[in-house]
Design a protein around this ligand. Structure first.
Ligand SMILES: Cc1cc2nc3c(=O)[nH]c(=O)nc-3n(C[C@H](O)[C@H](O)[C@H](O)COP(=O)(O)OP(=O)(O)OC[C@H]3O[C@@H](n4cnc5c(N)ncnc54)[C@H](O)[C@@H]3O)c2cc1C
Length: 431
């Protein structure tokens, strides 16, 4: 579909792929056996593989598509280290000590990731840019202010309230009613980060084999026999790192992860003065709606990268592009004349309790369900999973503890999604 607002070189692929195409992994054959087989070559799988390969366990990572084809090269590049449920909700569920531990460990993961990228010298435009969380109504602004003023003891963060009168320093939009800045949050180029991880994992001895789909898993005496589209492999340890792309080959995990499409667009480059006017700092942005939108400037500062969910049911990103653009124009009507250069989508892995999970079921290790915060949490949980496989104490992780829940009649296809999106859209309008 060629819309009048498309740029001449409009592409239906992630903005990031222009500069960083899928990492080259060679074309090695699938070995007959390995110590560790990882299904999925995103952040989770590669961080796990990096640990096991560096400890001299033979490690093979397979992906049904190109390396990092899933969310890990198509996300928005916003990094928070936050989990969705708040302290009160978690305290109700698990008690205050566990609530504290869950929030604290996720936040520590943000510091850990920054240290990892720096220590490994991964060139991925990593920046501690801060986040502006914008209030979509006066009521939501008051809620943000109350949240900033009444933080749980020991979990205080430096949150700065910005009123609607002062918000032009953050964002040139009359749509919002003020917001809160959290200076800890960061950004990166997700595909560059992924390419750096592929390089590191391979340098440490991991084999990454692409276009190799796991099609059947059989438990055998000393591990697993895994059938793939490129032959059969025997693995002593098996790791599932498929998150929002978890398929029928791992039905236990599939019944626990809810794939929800998230849609993005990129504008054509603007001149810098115009982009600076729009968002004077290179922050990442999200808002208080339940059906959230998120946006930022590209690392070169010239394009707006805007994401969210505008369709009730899953849709072709090209079909939903006009609605996504309308959403962008509600916030930034001054961009009416700016053309759109890219659109794409991917499946975020949600869970029924809105927490990520790490564990082992029927002998199969997994980490997944990052609920949209996977740059930090997939990296961290993948790393912990690798350490657990090595029997190392540093692998202990509080996200192994909550039960990984499913629901009756759920088999991996979220038939309830349309109704949920409508309900949340209604709540957003009412608030
Ligand atoms: C549009 C969008 C925007 C996002 N924005 C952000 C953001 O700003 N910040 C943030 O923190 N997170 C964001 N996320 C989420 C984040 O990208 C993910 O949580 C994270 O990348 C998950 O990494 P992963 O390694 O677990 O899974 P993925 O990167 O999705 O990798 C899973 C891989 O498994 C492979 N696979 C599946 N089944 C098989 C099989 N049977 N055999 C072999 N391979 C298989 C798939 O091909 C895929 O490549 C976003 C996601 C999307 C879609």
């Amino acid at each position: 579909m060629n819309y009048p607002f498309n740029s001449k070189d409009f592409k239906t692929q992630p903005y990031w792929w222009d500069q960083t195409p899928a990492a080259e992994t060679g074309d090695s054959a699938l070995p007959a056996k390995t110590d560790v087989l990882v299904i999925g070559s995103g952040y989770t799988g590669l961080h796990c593989a990096l640990q096991t390969a560096a400890a001299d366990r033979s490690t093979v990572v397979i992906d049904a598509e190109a390396a990092g084809w899933g969310c890990s090269t198509r996300n928005g590049g916003q990094i928070s280290g936050e989990i969705k449920p708040g302290y009160e909700e978690l305290s109700r569920r698990y008690g205050s000590a566990k609530a504290f531990a869950l929030i604290k460990e996720a936040r520590n993961a943000l510091d850990w990731l920054g240290g990892f990228v720096k220590d490994q010298g991964i060139d991925c435009d990593y920046q501690q840019c801060g986040r502006f969380t914008a209030a979509h109504s006066p009521r939501q602004f008051r809620r943000l202010v109350a949240g900033a003023q009444q933080q749980p003891a020991g979990l205080e963060q430096d949150l700065r309230v910005v009123t609607a009168q002062d918000q032009a320093n953050e964002i040139d939009s009359a749509y919002y009613h003020g917001g809160v800045v959290n200076e800890r949050h960061c950004s990166l180029d997700p595909a560059k980060y992924h390419a750096g991880l592929v390089r590191l994992a391979m340098q440490n001895g991991a084999q990454v084999i692409t276009r190799c789909e796991a099609t059947a898993i059989e438990r055998v005496k000393d591990g697993f026999k895994v059938s793939t589209s490129r032959g059969t492999i025997h693995a002593r340890d098996l790791v599932v790192a498929t998150n929002g792309y978890t398929g029928t080959v791992t039905p236990w995990q599939r019944r626990r992860v809810i794939p929800i499409g998230s849609y993005m667009l990129a504008t054509e480059p603007m001149d810098l003065a115009r982009a600076n006017q729009l968002m004077p700092r290179q922050r990442v942005f999200s808002d208080t709606r339940k059906v959230v939108v998120y946006f930022r400037r590209s690392p070169d500062g010239r394009s707006l990268l805007f994401g969210g969910r505008v369709s009730v049911f899953e849709s072709d990103p090209v079909k939903s592009l006009p609605a996504l653009r309308r959403e962008m124009l509600r916030i930034f009507p001054q961009l009416e004349d700016v053309r759109i250069s890219h659109t794409w989508m991917g499946f975020v892995g949600y869970t029924f309790d809105y927490l990520p999970h790490l564990g082992v079921a029927d002998g199969v290790h997994y980490a997944m369900g990052y609920c949209g915060s996977g740059i930090c949490l997939a990296s961290y949980l993948g790393n912990r999973l690798g350490l657990q496989l090595l029997g190392r104490e540093e692998g202990n992780c509080v996200f192994s503890e909550p039960e990984f829940q499913t629901r009756p009649l759920y088999n991996g296809k979220p038939w309830f999604l349309g109704a949920s999106v409508k309900y949340y859209q209604l709540l957003d309008r009412l608030s």
